[in-house]
Design a protein around this ligand. Structure first.
Ligand SMILES: *[C@@H]1O[C@H](CO)[C@@H](O)[C@H](O)[C@H]1NC(C)=O
Ligand SMILES: *[C@@H]1O[C@H](CO)[C@@H](O)[C@H](O)[C@H]1NC(C)=O
Length: 294
C-alpha cells in the first residue's frame, strides 16, 4: 500500500513536472542572454524576456539555434515615453565578414513622436539596402508581432501579419542571396544617440533610465542547422506549440498580401534605397527592379 502510493506519488510528480516543462518550452530553452550584466532578464517562468539600457550599458540575447531558412515570429513591446537615442535591434545574422543578415531596428524618439522601423538585408557582407517605415500604431503601448519569413525564394518582413517589405531572390540578376549561411536570432537594446534619432540631433535623456523593451511569444517554424545539416520543425515559447508544417518554405505573397504591402509602402514607408536616385546616380541596384511593388 505504502509502496504503491509512493509510486503513484512519483508518477504524479513526474506528470506535473512534465506539464511544467511543456509550459516552459520558452526563452530559457531557446535563447541565451549574452551581455548587459544583469540588465537582460528572463521572467514569468520563461514566457517573457526584458532588455534594459542605462548610461553604463545596454543588453542583449541570442538564439541557441542557428537556422537556415525559417518563419520566425516574436512579439515586442518597445521602450515607452522618451526613447530618443535608443535602438532596439532584432535581427538574424550569420558570422564572418561575408555574412548574411536580415534586420529589424527600432529607432526611438521623443514622447509622442513616431518610432522609425529600419530594415536592411545583407548578403555576402553587402548591405546598403535600407527601407524605413513608420508604424500604424504605437509600438510602446502593447506587444506586436514582428516576423521574418526567409525561404530560398524571398525574404518577407511582416508586422502583425501585414507584409511591409519583400526582398526577392535576385540571383538571376547577379545579386547574392542569403541561402548558404545559417543565422542566429539576435536582439539588443543600446544607445545610438550619435545617429539614431532625427539624424543624431536628439540625444538620450539619461534621467529616464532604465529604458526597457520586452519580448514574448517567440515562435519559429524553421530549419535548425546543426553539424553541417539542417532539419526543419517548429519550436515555440508558448505552451500551445502549434505543430507547423513546412509550407512556409515555398510561401509567397497572395494577392491580398500584395495589396497590403502596397498600402504600407504607399502610406508608411519613409525611405527606400530603391528610389534614392541621388545615392545611385549610375542606376539602382539590380534587385530593385524585382522588389519595387509600387
Ligand atoms: C522622430 O520624429 C521626427 C518628427 O516627427 C521624425 O522626423 C523622425 O523620423 C522620427 N524618428 C526618428 C528615429 O528620428
Ligand atoms: C500548413 O500550415 C499553413 C499555415 O499554418 C496552413 O495554412 C496549411 O493549411 C497547412 N497545410 C497542411 C497541409 O497542413
Amino acid at each position: 500500500m505504502a509502496s504503491s502510493s509512493s509510486t503513484s506519488m512519483t508518477l504524479m510528480i513526474s506528470l506535473l513536472l512534465g506539464s511544467f516543462m511543456a509550459a516552459t518550452a520558452n526563452f530559457y530553452q531557446n535563447f541565451d542572454i549574452t551581455w548587459g550584466d544583469g540588465r537582460a532578464k528572463i521572467l514569468n517562468n520563461g514566457e517573457l524576456l526584458s532588455l534594459s539600457l542605462d548610461k553604463a550599458s545596454g543588453s542583449g540575447f541570442q538564439s541557441r539555434n542557428e537556422y537556415l531558412f525559417g518563419k520566425i515570429d516574436m512579439q515586442l513591446k518597445l521602450v515607452p515615453g522618451n526613447s530618443a537615442g535608443t535602438v532596439t535591434a532584432y535581427y538574424l545574422s550569420s558570422q564572418g565578414s561575408a555574412h548574411d543578415e536580415i534586420d529589424f531596428e527600432f529607432l526611438g524618439n521623443l514622447s509622442g513622436e513616431p518610432y522609425l522601423l529600419h530594415t536592411n538585408v545583407f548578403s555576402q557582407g553587402k548591405g546598403d539596402r535600407e527601407q524605413q517605415f513608420y508604424l500604424w500604431f504605437d509600438p510602446t503601448a502593447d506587444f506586436h508581432t514582428y516576423s521574418i519569413l526567409w525561404n530560398p525564394q524571398r525574404i518577407i518582413f511582416s508586422v502583425d501579419g501585414t507584409p511591409i517589405r519583400e526582398f526577392k531572390n535576385a540571383e538571376s540578376e547577379g545579386v547574392a542571396y542569403p541561402k548558404n549561411q545559417a543565422m542566429r536570432i539576435y536582439s539588443s537594446l543600446w544607445n545610438a544617440d550619435d545617429w539614431a534619432t532625427q539624424g543624431g540631433r536628439v540625444k538620450t535623456d539619461w534621467t529616464k533610465t532604465p529604458f526597457t523593451a520586452s519580448y514574448r511569444n517567440f515562435n519559429a517554424n524553421a530549419c535548425v542547422w546543426s553539424s553541417g545539416s539542417s532539419s526543419c520543425s517548429s519550436s515555440s515559447s508558448s505552451s500551445s506549440s502549434t505543430s507547423g508544417n513546412n509550407s512556409w518554405l515555398n510561401e509567397e505573397l497572395d494577392s491580398t498580401s500584395q495589396e497590403r504591402l502596397k498600402w504600407v509602402q504607399k502610406n508608411y514607408m519613409v525611405y527606400n534605397y530603391c528610389s534614392d536616385s541621388k545615392r545611385f546616380p549610375q542606376g539602382f541596384p539590380p534587385e530593385c527592379a524585382l522588389n519595387n511593388s509600387t
